[in-house]
Design a protein around this ligand. Structure first.
Ligand SMILES: [Zn+2]
Length: 321
């Protein structure tokens, strides 16, 4: 019996946490996330990826993909916002964690709250539990918190906040970014650490249940916009160190900007990406990033097969006029 299982057992005994689903009269015990093997999951063969004409797009505003029954990956429709941002909804006992809220504020265009509430209700009915929602962010850029406001009046919800201080406070950082925080998502342990370089409050997370390593905007298949090279290099090394100590199944993140042919990205602002590579990445790609640390010298664009480093490139050079 490992430590996590003991803790879960003690919790179940002391609090008598058995819930009865009224509708079906099914008694459901606490969920056990302590399996020594990584909980498996699947990625879609293709994500929704916009369309030639955004006006004629028939995809949902958000694609909701169940990686497994307690792990959901959401993607915003690129016809609504070209960023096509990914968001994550992770469930533990009595708690759900929403990482990021997309690039569009309007609930009419982008009804994220409604969609997240729907996923939570379904999960609650299936597992005979009610959950508190934690609304958190990978980092503090507008393409990842635009729909944050849709959650402020939601009952049974913790809003982590959109300032550096609130983020540090909630997660319990006293030594950002080096510190590792063990975050208990209702029996499911996440290891949260700092990963600045793209943005100065960014977090990366390792899920000990699925063995997924979430790297947000600091490492994904696209243009890695770095405003602090030294911080990014240290963050990449920190993640490589974490992956040396824990098994990693996939690296997951926030955007896809590359095409399937290596070294080639879609232009900034693209709303149709029919030839996207998968979102998930491998440890060998992280090794490429570690190698890049010795190769990058000064501001500029550096091309690698699966990502591009935009080191201290002024934003005006990267955005459509
Ligand atoms: Zn982003």
């Amino acid at each position: 019996m490992n430590k996590v299982r003991q803790v879960a057992g003690i919790m179940a005994v002391t609090a008598g946490l058995f819930a009865v689903d009224q509708a079906t009269s099914i008694t459901s015990a606490e969920l056990d996330f302590s399996s020594p093997e990584a909980a498996t999951g699947t990625f879609p063969g293709v994500w929704i990826h916009g369309s030639k004409s955004a006006m004629d797009n028939t995809d949902p505003a958000v694609q909701v993909h169940a990686y497994n029954e307690h792990t959901f990956i959401l993607r915003e429709n690129k016809a609504i916002n070209y960023e096509g941002a990914f968001m994550y909804l992770l469930f533990g006992n009595h708690t759900a964690l929403l990482i990021d809220q997309g690039s569009t504020s309007s609930p009419a265009l982008f009804p994220l709250r409604k969609i997240v509430d729907g996923v939570i209700s379904e999960w609650e009915a299936k597992h005979g539990q009610s959950v508190e929602l934690v609304v958190a962010n990978s980092h503090l850029h507008g393409d990842h918190y635009a729909a944050w406001n849709q959650f402020v009046d939601r009952p049974n919800t913790i809003m982590v906040g959109l300032t550096h201080e609130e983020v540090m406070d909630y997660w319990g950082f006293t030594n950002y970014p080096e510190q590792r925080i063990e975050y208990n998502l209702g029996g499911r342990t996440l290891i949260v650490t700092g990963s600045p370089g793209h943005q100065g409050s960014e977090l990366s997370m390792y899920d000990t249940w699925t063995d997924l390593l979430y790297t947000g905007d600091m490492f994904y298949r696209g243009r890695l916009y770095l405003d602090d090279w030294e911080a990014w290099a240290a963050s990449i090394k920190r993640l490589r160190q974490l992956a040396d100590e824990y098994p990693v199944t996939h690296l997951v993140n926030n955007h896809i900007e590359m095409t399937n042919p290596p070294k080639l990205d879609y232009p900034v602002g693209t709303t149709w990406q029919p030839d996207e590579p998968p979102m998930q990445m491998t440890l060998s790609m992280l090794d490429e990033a570690v190698k890049a640390i010795d190769e990058v010298s000064g501001p500029g664009i550096y091309k690698y097969d699966d990502f591009l480093i935009y080191n201290e490139i002024p934003w005006s050079y990267t955005t459509d006029p």
